[in-house]
Design a protein. Structure first.
Length: 330
């Protein structure tokens, strides 16, 4: 006799994102064994009981299950909600949600999509564990939950029975990862092909985050600042900009310039230059057909090999992979 399908309960709240609700239903819902029997049963539930739940758009969903569905689930998925907190932020746990989570059996696998991680963190379920969330909320998450080992650069984290994913579509990556963990790569690859998504994406969130240069400086205290020198350097990224040359332009000693620079930017001059060169490389990779060697020279990396090392360290992908993902059509 075939084993019963593994039960996945998706816990949604008002303001849920329809796409995120669809991810576990699609990925787990179409997974089949060799005899074409379903491997999972996916149900949707709400903390407040059956009824209509409004999404963050004009979509309303009639949910048939209340929190009691969590009591029989082998896996619980918590997607984001965009209207539960101030300014539409997902602030996690309400009394109703806390009561629903209390119904989950010990040993149940927990998963979050996007800022659904705030729910797990607020409940104390991520303390001491690795986790991620949408990159735009990572600073707020870190301030609020300092006991969580947040990694804002990855697409998902797997700590055995607790898993988290980054922004929205990374829920697909996480569900495919879990599918492969449960039933092997062949099953995960089959679902990925049928869903027309890659079974594994290179890199993490870092490649989607922009680091613009501030238009104005924060209060840097008394004395001259380094903004003019930073603007000067941005026009000369293709040149070998030494610390001595930067300090000389700012009319400061190297020691004073380094201290002032870190006070104003939070980084050393070398770190800042590398970040700006990576940003320039991203722009050229997205918008031009220049060869990798040409891009490297225009950014001040010198060689394609040097640029590859810096881009991979900053973004988690090679320049070639980044270009394939983000190259704009002419």
């Amino acid at each position: 006799m075939a084993p019963a399908p593994h039960r996945v309960a998706v816990l949604i709240r008002p303001g849920f994102i329809p796409f995120e609700l669809g991810i576990p239903h699609r990925i787990f819902g179409i997974a089949r064994d060799a005899a074409h029997r379903p491997l999972y049963e996916v149900v949707t539930c709400t903390p407040g009981g059956p009824g209509l739940v409004r999404s963050d758009s004009d979509v309303l969903v009639q949910v048939e299950h209340g929190p009691e569905a969590l009591e029989t689930a082998g896996t619980v998925v918590v997607p984001a909600s965009h209207t539960s907190g101030p300014d539409g932020a997902d602030d996690g746990l309400t009394d109703e949600v806390a009561a629903a989570l209390a119904r989950i059996r010990p040993g149940t696998r927990l998963m979050s999509i996007c800022t659904g991680a705030f729910v797990l963190a607020e409940a104390g379920l991520l303390d001491g564990r690795p986790a991620t969330t949408h990159w735009s909320e990572s600073d707020r998450f870190r301030r609020r939950y300092p006991r969580v080992r947040l990694d804002p650069d990855v697409l998902y984290t797997d700590d055995g029975d607790v898993l988290t994913s980054a922004g929205v579509a990374s829920g697909v990556d996480l569900c495919l990862h879990v599918l492969g963990r449960d039933h092997g790569a062949a099953v995960a690859q089959d679902v990925a092909r049928r869903t027309v998504v890659p079974p594994h994406r290179d890199g993490g969130q870092a490649q989607y985050i922009r680091h613009p240069v501030p238009a104005t400086d924060p209060d840097a205290g008394d004395g001259p600042g380094t903004a003019a020198t930073r603007a000067w350097a941005l026009d000369r990224l293709d040149e070998p900009l030494t610390l001595a040359a930067l300090a000389r332009h700012a009319a400061m000693s190297v020691r004073t310039f380094t201290r002032r620079f870190r006070d104003e930017t939070g980084e050393s001059p070398a770190q800042w230059l590398t970040q700006q060169r990576v940003e320039r490389a991203r722009t050229l990779l997205e918008t031009t057909d220049l060869s990798l060697e040409q891009v490297a020279r225009r950014c001040g990396f010198g060689t394609a090999q040097s640029m590859r090392a810096h881009v991979q360290a900053a973004l988690g992908v090679t320049p070639s992979a980044y270009r394939r993902t983000f190259r704009r059509a002419a």
